[in-house]
Design a protein around this ligand. Structure first.
Ligand code: PGA
Length: 242
């Protein structure tokens, strides 16, 4: 794992977007997995702009959404689906055949997980993954205590996730479970970027990079990824000692 620092959110976001664009140019059939949320927002915007400006052929990439709140319909503006639809699929006019999101409304959620595991395997694994980090060290809905080798699964949400997660919704929303791509897929991904910005992420970034590798702090697994990059702005890097 390497840590890369950038002066601010904009530069950090542009770096991540450009890395993805270059990966698509190198491998037009790239499998890309992205998180939704506030962290990847600017990267998503810059990714769209760069792909369109440079007329990159992205007609053969496969896109995977990292996670979803269980029970939320896709039209809910706080859902991960809504983020991907408005920030990526619509501006890129990406057809549904090219994107794969976990259906959090499925009657059989376990079957939904198995389907996603099979699909990822079928594509030969994930090539590039861009994730964020939660205030409890989670990645996607891989909550504290999740085994590092788990693939797609249903998670009981940690209290921190339920509380912090309210920021995505206009109204108080009951959040209980999440459905997520697991850390097993992250460890098998050929390249992983964990992106974080802002002072409030400084402590979790310090633990991710310099803390013990433990399932009670999921993002610490990044230390074991041979091609993992923790990419941060100055504020998020401010508690790093090395
Ligand atoms: P954020 O969420 O990007 O909105 O800060 C990160 C997370 O909880 O995974």
């Amino acid at each position: 794992m390497k840590t890369l620092r950038f002066s601010n959110y904009e530069e950090l976001s542009a770096y991540a977007a450009n890395e993805i664009v270059q990966s698509i140019k190198e491998k037009p059939t790239l499998t890309l997995c992205l998180a939704s949320g506030h962290t990847p927002l600017r990267t998503a915007e810059l990714l769209v702009k760069q792909l369109l400006d440079e007329k990159v052929d992205y007609s053969r990439i496969s896109f995977f959404g990292l996670d979803e709140w269980v029970g939320l319909p896709p039209e809910n503006e706080g859902s991960c689906f809504y983020f991907f639809k408005t920030k990526l699929f619509e501006p890129l006019q990406l057809p549904p055949s090219q994107y794969h999101l976990l259906n959090a409304m499925a009657e059989d959620l376990d079957a939904e997980c198995k389907k996603m595991d099979a699909l990822i395997d079928d594509k030969g694994g994930i090539d590039v993954m861009l994730v964020g980090i939660g205030m409890n060290g989670h990645i996607g809905f891989n909550e504290p205590g999740t085994p590092f080798n788990k693939f797609c699964h249903i998670a009981e949400l940690d209290d921190t996730t339920k509380t912090v997660g309210q920021k995505y919704f206009k109204e108080q929303t009951a959040l209980h479970q999440g459905i997520t791509i697991g850390l097993g897929h992250l460890m098998n991904a050929k390249k992983v970027f964990l992106k974080a910005d802002g002072k409030r992420k400084a402590e979790v970034i310090q633990k991710t990079v310099e803390g013990d590798i433990t399932e009670s702090f999921p993002a610490s697994i990044m230390q074991q990824h041979a091609n993992g990059f923790v990419i941060v702005d100055e504020e998020a890097a401010s508690l790093l000692t090395k």
